[in-house]
Design a protein around this ligand. Structure first.
Ligand SMILES: [Zn+2]
Ligand SMILES: [Zn+2]
Length: 343
């Protein structure tokens, strides 16, 4: 088969790769019909995720058709359309039994990280019972694709961890694909104000299009939040950028008793201004999704209250994967948000 292979920092190629086969009884083999490229893939390519072995097939977001199932797989059968989540969950370790699937000792973020992933014609998904969900007939690949990662991430690690509630002022720092997924899914809880904060004008415009009430550059954020909250600060701030300055802004904008939910993938230490925060009774959360929200988000998509297909900026055939990476990596010029590749 063909696959997108990571050969070490700044080296990727769409090339021949051995077909995956079942290894454990709990595996499935999925024929990939639609996949996409994530910021985490570019972290790997830049060398920011050093535990990814050279020769790994990248990709942790995949929709496809079950080709083959291990003897212990009960939830799906050959021929079923399924999504494979970005986290693989064994179901029995210390963390899975606490439903913290992202921390699974036998999986977690495994696909396209330390085992071959979904940017390929076929992929092996371990622990299918907890890691693969059938797709209702009425939903297209594109409608469910982002449940595999960014939508589940924005919703679980941002909106749910930040405990967004009705009437809240929510400041989302970073309006890339994950920040925009947070803008979309925060609306399920009827917050009072959603503020998207980003340096890039086109992303601010997109945030408004997707339902943010305000979209501002970082230097305007304090004044806006103060105006909207009588100087108290935001109820919830969500960091969806993964750099020190956006995190520090999120920590600075939160009110006393508020919540800071970090989603961003950080490559360097970030300072936490405890000299300002020590008495403010804030909650700070971090993590990756468990993907347990997928069934309910899928229902929201069916009901028409959630539509993430608006995040698609480019569509290409699967074999144009190298071109897809090029487009995604030059987002400032190409306005790329999500590049979707279909077989
Ligand atoms: Zn991702
Ligand atoms: Zn586990």
């Amino acid at each position: 088969m063909k696959a997108l292979i990571y050969d070490g920092p700044n080296e990727i190629r769409w090339d021949d790769h051995p077909d995956p086969g079942l290894i454990d009884d709990t595996d499935i083999i999925m024929k990939v019909t639609t996949t996409t490229i994530c910021g985490s893939d570019t972290h790997i390519i830049k060398g920011g995720v050093p535990d990814t072995p050279h020769g790994t097939v990248l990709g942790h977001e995949g929709v496809g058709v079950v080709e083959e199932t291990g003897a212990a797989v009960r939830n799906v059968a050959p021929g079923d359309r399924v999504i494979a989540t970005c986290v693989t969950a064994c179901g029995f370790c210390r963390f899975c039994t606490a439903q913290q699937y992202g921390q699974c000792l036998n999986g977690g973020w495994a696909l396209g990280h330390f085992i071959d992933g979904t940017q390929a014609e076929y992929t092996r998904v371990p622990y299918a019972q907890n890691s693969v969900y059938p797709i209702p007939e009425e939903l297209s690949d594109e409608q469910v694709l982002f449940l595999t990662d960014i939508l589940a991430t924005g919703y679980e690690v941002g909106v749910l961890a930040g405990n967004v509630g009705p009437g809240d002022t929510v400041a989302i720092v970073g309006a890339g694909p994950v920040g925009l997924s947070t803008v979309l899914s925060a609306q399920l809880f009827s917050p009072g104000n959603i503020i998207a904060i980003d340096l890039v004008e086109s992303r601010r415009r997109k945030a408004l299009e997707l339902g943010a009430d305000y979209a501002v550059a970082p230097e305007q954020a304090h004044e806006l939040v103060n105006d909207l909250t009588d100087g108290l600060g935001a109820d919830v701030t969500i960091e969806a950028a993964g750099f020190p300055a956006p995190f520090e802004l999120a920590a600075d904008l939160v009110r006393s008793g508020g919540r800071i939910a970090n989603i961003g993938v950080h490559e360097e230490p970030v300072s936490l201004a405890l000299d300002k925060l020590w008495a403010k009774q804030i909650t700070l959360t971090t993590g990756i999704p468990s993907a347990l929200s997928i069934p309910s988000l899928m229902n929201a998509i069916i009901a028409g209250t959630l539509d993430a297909t608006t995040l698609i900026s480019h569509r290409m055939p699967l074999e144009d994967m190298e071109n897809g990476y090029d487009t995604f990596s030059r987002a400032a010029e190409t306005n790329a948000l999500k590049v979707v590749l279909a077989a």
